[in-house]
Design a protein around this ligand. Structure first.
Ligand code: PMP
Length: 408
């Protein structure tokens, strides 16, 4: 479905987009860090507390049962959104980082042995590097890294060379938060599966931009965060193929994740509860389900098309400024424009843009090894969502030219 709504009416759904700085509308180009929330998502959390608030899964009383129904319905909405086969394959987490840690911990306890390899790419976020380094440290496994070309793309021949029977898991980002590169994860998964290697996809930057179908991708694990998909912070999803989730031990112990506890022994609950110890982030789940309803109301194809238009408009706009050095020029990109200004520090550029009412991110974007690959300390990153406009990009262009005038 393609939305026929005007951009003005869509923007009116987002209270934060009504903010101003001085006389001007505030321009929010930090969507890769977190997205703004539509009113329906904000209302879902409020209505939950006003009408349903109680603990889930445990109560015999009406409220607890209604809250449990709403909570579990959210799981099914999310299941349909990513097209998981079963709702028990959708684990509620604190976010992408938490999801990766659950899997890396499971692999370090149950799978990895000395000399095994974990394969990641050179453009991973720290949250898809450090948990695997920790897993390698505990088990004696070795972390291997797929190199990138100068455009910020995986060098596919090198990837194939690194794909050997020693690799026990491939963990790769679908869309790079620092460069915007869209990786060919479906092809990578097919190549990994030929050798029986499971694959974790970091979807922190993909579900908000592209249609994701975990069965079509054939992913073994897929993780993402609610707050980057127009929902609450502190909530996210670990999708795992049931056979794999069954093989991994639980990450945390406590209430909800048990079947029976004695002082001698505990048996664990079935999926998804085995991985959901403690009282969950109930309104987080409801807010993500509501955000998905919002996305589906607009149509993910509408969102993808609009963002492609914004990204190419912004790329062309910045190409007119001679001092701009783009970082990440992959053939297939989504929503992120990273760059530096010749003879200026990224932090100074970001600060001057902020003074002019434009929010961009500066720094290493939690991808220090990637910055080392490009020999730079960081970049300025503008990242777009469907609610941004070409008029905002024009204002950004002018503000950037003014900033450069002050700096170089
Ligand atoms: N991976 C990628 C590609 C990301 O962009 C981010 C967030 N910047 C993360 C992982 C971590 O997400 P969170 O902080 O929501 O756990």
């Amino acid at each position: 479905m393609i939305s026929t709504r005007t951009i003005e009416s869509i923007r009116a759904d987002f209270p934060l987009l009504q903010r101003t700085q001085g006389k001007n509308p505030y321009i929010y180009f930090d969507n890769a860090a977190t997205t703004q929330k539509p009113r329906s998502v904000l209302d879902a959390a409020r209505v939950y507390y006003e009408t349903l608030n109680s603990n889930v899964h445990r109560g015999v009383h009406m409220l607890s049962q209604q809250a449990t129904d709403a909570f579990e319905e959210s799981r099914r909405v999310i299941q349909r959104f990513i097209h998981a086969k079963e709702d028990r394959e959708v684990i509620f987490t604190k976010g992408t980082t938490n999801g990766i840690n659950i899997v890396a911990h499971g692999f370090s306890r149950a799978i990895l042995k000395p000399g095994d390899e974990v394969l990641i790419s050179g453009m991973e976020h720290h949250s898809n590097i450090v948990p695997w380094q920790m897993a390698c440290e505990y088990t004696g496994a070795v972390l291997k890294v797929i190199p990138l070309n100068d455009r910020g793309e995986i060098i596919y021949e090198e990837f194939l060379k690194l794909l050997t029977p020693r690799v026990k898991i491939l963990a790769v980002v679908q869309v790079s938060n620092a460069l915007g590169t869209v990786n060919p994860v479906k092809e990578m998964i097919a190549d990994a599966h030929r050798l029986g290697i499971p694959v974790l996809v970091d979807g922190a930057q993909s579900t908000q931009h592209l249609r994701v179908d975990v069965q079509d991708l054939d992913a073994d694990f897929f993780v993402f965060s609610g707050h980057k998909v127009f929902a609450a912070t502190g909530f996210g999803i670990l999708y795992g193929r049931a056979e794999w989730l069954d093989k991994l031990p639980p990450y945390e112990g406590g209430g909800e994740m048990i079947k029976e506890v004695t002082f001698e022994k505990t048996t664990y609950n079935e999926l998804p509860f085995k991985f959901e110890a403690g009282t969950p982030h109930i309104e987080g789940a409801l807010s993500l389900a509501e955000a998905i309803r919002y996305i589906e109301g607009l149509g993910i194809d509408f969102i993808a098309a609009r963002e492609t238009e914004l990204l190419s408009y912004a790329t062309e706009s910045l190409a007119q400024i001679p001092e701009v050095i783009p970082v990440g020029t992959a053939a297939h990109k989504a929503s992120v424009l990273s760059f530096n200004i010749r003879n200026a520090h990224h932090l100074d550029v970001g600060t001057l843009l902020d003074k002019q009412g434009i929010a961009v991110r500066t720094g290493h974007h939690c991808a220090q090894p990637l910055m080392q690959r490009f020999g730079i300390p960081g970049t300025v990153r503008a990242s777009f969502a469907f609610y941004n406009t070409t008029a905002e990009i024009d204002a950004f262009h002018q503000a950037l030219v003014r900033s450069i005038g002050m700096l170089v």
